[in-house]
Write a protein that binds this ligand. Structure first.
Ligand code: ZN
Length: 111
């Protein structure tokens, strides 16, 4: 599985969606790989491997990378990850799109 990258080297969700022919058709394996590569890309940015401390602003990692949605926007809702690890965040637009490794919370009686 190859994850398409954008010109900054960040995994490109839009290209991934196009590659699979739809958001819902992206396989769990592809999601896992996408998540892994995104985390890797963010870790590289955080350690400043791009050098001089004047890293260009990028919508891909503008906010706290721990709370970013898959699309790069800051997440507004989160779910725990099965088996632990960092929680998974989604923005308003993607709040119904959770990978298979996200815990599905029980519905509250009030809802
Ligand atoms: Zn999003």
């Amino acid at each position: 599985m190859t994850i398409p990258l954008d010109k900054t080297g960040c995994p490109d969700l839009h290209a991934l969606v196009e590659h699979h022919g739809g958001y819902d058709k992206i396989t769990p394996q592809a999601w896992a790989e996408f998540d892994r590569q995104t985390a890797e890309w963010q870790a590289q940015r955080r350690t400043g491997s791009q050098g001089n401390g004047e890293s260009p602003a990028s919508e891909c990692a503008a906010a706290d990378p721990e709370t970013l949605c898959i699309c790069g926007l800051p997440g507004t809702v989160s779910r725990p990850r099965k088996g632990g690890g960092r929680p998974i965040w989604r923005c308003e637009e993607h709040r119904d799109h959770w990978p298979y490794y996200a815990e599905i919370p029980l519905k509250r009686a009030a809802e």
